[in-house]
Design a protein around this ligand. Structure first.
Ligand code: EPZ
Length: 429
């Protein structure tokens, strides 16, 4: 399978790139749509591996789906409840959203511990304690959660830590629980507003999404609807960073720049030539970028998912930059690979210290997770000579058609089959 790409670096980029629907929204919207036990049609759905995995699980649950172009139709009218313990669940961390949906529909769910990117500890204790507060009995054994309730009771849940997943999972369960629920210290990401809007489109009642306090009035039944997925703010940010590094004139369209304000602020501060409209970002040739100190934090602050691509960009800035990673302390696997290419980066605790500018040289590199893979694509695009990037499978999980999108701008990226090239054979990455 195409897990290695060859990238010939130092090509300037020009042209227009179109943003797809949000991965972190659609992986929550798909499980949430099951609440309707009816037909829900999504538009602006990205073609990414995480969606494919979730659709495999849906068919296992006897849910009919049709994915045509960017339109995904889900018919959950004949959904059945089965133990979710297969490999597909392990592949996608967002599989945990099936917990909220199946508890709401059947008062019961059996599911294996979800997987996802290896970026550090990823517990789901906040999800579990929230469900327990809602009258659910949770047993955990051999990496399997067995959750049961006579009926879900609406409750006030105070999250001891801001968590996107816990906020969304509880909101999904609360949508059909008895009575009124409140989530305090809720996460505020746009993806949470998207799921709340879907529940409201299905006839539910969610107020306050996007703030730290969300109120959910439990419904007895929800119905089908049509819904458009919001643009992917992390895909937008990734291409904005690539444009800042190599663009002469790059137009990023079909995005929502209001979801990217923290990154836009940072790029302007380091000297990137940016013009910002509501749904278009224009990046022009930017030189003499300056260093900066940044911290990752929950939305609306700078997102951890863009920490890795920004690390690569800052290898080209003049001076010492420090990125403090406050969400996932171990989200630093890309640093070893960047230093192999000639970067000068050190990691102390959760501080990433980048000395620039440094000349990057193409070599064999290995992506270990989705956003780390994207940061290595940027590094290879910047580097002198050829790079062979292994682990492209991680990138396919969250970036729709990234190779064609970048080649259309002037990049030189091609898939290499194992054995096509002895260089690709002896990777130890
Ligand atoms: C979502 O993950 C995103 N994934 C992540 O994007 C993103 O990095 C993350 O939010 C933070 O913004 C999806 O939306 C599918 P969290 P999630 O619960 O929900 C800790 C990508 O690259 N925590 O907000 O799993 C957790 O360990 C991915 O697209 C608990 O301690 O993240 C982390 O330190 C990577 N207990 C912090 O909270 C819990 O029960 C924030 O996690 C849950 C989380």
């Amino acid at each position: 399978m195409n897990d290695i790409v060859r990238i010939r670096g130092q090509k300037r980029l020009n042209g227009t790139i179109s943003i797809n629907g949000s991965k972190n929204s659609v992986v929550a919207l798909i499980p949430a749509s099951l609440l309707a036990k009816d037909v829900v049609t999504f538009t602006n759905v990205p073609h990414i591996e995480d969606v494919n995995s979730l659709l495999t699980t849906l068919s296992y649950l006897n849910v009919k789906t049709k994915f045509d172009g960017q339109t995904l139709t889900i018919d959950s009218s004949k959904i059945s409840n089965k133990p979710l313990i297969g490999e597909e669940i392990k592949k996608v961390r967002a599989s945990y959203y099936f917990m909220g949906a199946l508890l709401a529909l059947f008062n019961e769910v059996v599911i294996r511990e979800p997987g996802g990117c290896s970026i550090g500890e990823r517990p789901i204790d906040l999800h579990i304690s929230g469900f327990e507060k809602m009258n659910v009995e949770v047993n955990y054994q051999d990496h399997i959660y067995t959750c049961k309730t006579p009926h879900l009771i609406g409750q006030t849940v105070v999250l001891k830590k801001v968590s996107v997943g816990a906020t969304i999972n509880l909101m999904i369960a609360m949508a059909l629980a008895d009575g009124v629920s409140i989530i305090e210290n809720a996460a505020r990401e746009p993806e949470i507003i998207d799921v709340a809007n879907l529940i409201n489109h299905m006839g539910g009642c969610v107020k306050g999404a996007g703030t730290s306090t969300i109120i959910v009035v439990g419904a007895s039944k929800l119905r089908g609807c049509s819904y458009r997925v919001i643009p992917d703010r992390i895909e937008t940010g990734t291409y904005a960073i690539i444009g800042a590094a190599l663009g002469d004139e790059v137009f990023i369209e079909n995005c929502n720049t209001n979801h990217c304000l923290a990154l836009i602020y940072i790029l302007k501060k380091i000297g990137v030539n940016l013009t910002v409209y509501d749904d278009v970002l224009i990046i022009k040739k930017s030189t003499n970028l300056t260093s900066i100190n940044v911290e990752t934090n929950p939305y609306p602050e700078f997102p951890t998912d863009l920490q890795q691509p920004l690390t690569t960009l800052l290898t080209q800035a003049n001076g010492i930059s420090i990125i403090k990673e406050n969400i996932y302390a171990k989200r630093t696997a890309h640093v070893i690979e960047l230093n192999k290419m000639g970067a000068n980066i050190e990691v102390y605790d959760n501080n990433i210290i980048i000395k620039g500018p440094t000349l990057l040289k193409g070599c064999q590199v290995s992506g270990k997770d989705l956003r780390g893979g994207a940061s290595l694509v940027l590094a290879a695009l910047l580097a002198e000579g050829e790079s062979y990037l292994h682990g492209f499978r991680h990138i396919k999980r969250g970036y729709d058609n990234i190779v064609n999108k970048l080649n259309k701008l002037g990049a030189d990226i091609s898939f290499i089959k194992k054995g096509d090239n002895d260089v690709a054979e002896n990777n130890n990455g």
